[in-house]
Design a protein around this ligand. Structure first.
Ligand code: FES
Length: 101
């Protein structure tokens, strides 16, 4: 059996970059369950917006937005580089910025 592919998730928060390793295809919620990250979650269903992150590098390495995520981001007038972490699966290395809102 092939070894699972690992991807690197870099999260910038308060001026500090931290690298995390995640199995390819898992979601950012799985990462937060395994390691302490600055991403906050509440509804986990594209309904509250607390998990919003800004994608700084390789947005193509995140899963396509779900209809629910797309609708929510549109309603919030989010910037094109913003995603809801609760809806994202990670397919390759990616860099995210977590702001204080
Ligand atoms: S946790 Fe509520 S939108 Fe992601």
């Amino acid at each position: 059996m092939a070894k699972p592919v690992k991807v690197k998730v870099t999260i910038s928060h308060k001026g500090t970059d931290t690298d995390y390793t995640l199995r390819q295809g898992l979601g950012l919620q799985a990462l937060a369950a395994a390691a302490k990250t600055p991403i906050e979650f509440d509804c986990r269903a594209a309904d509250c917006g607390i998990c919003i992150v800004r994608v700084q590098k390789n947005p193509e390495n995140l899963s396509e937005p779900t209809t629910e995520e797309r609708d929510f981001l549109k309603a919030m007038r989010a910037d094109p580089d913003e995603r809801l972490a609760c809806q994202c699966r990670v397919m390759g290395d990616v860099e995210l910025l977590v702001d204080e809102y």
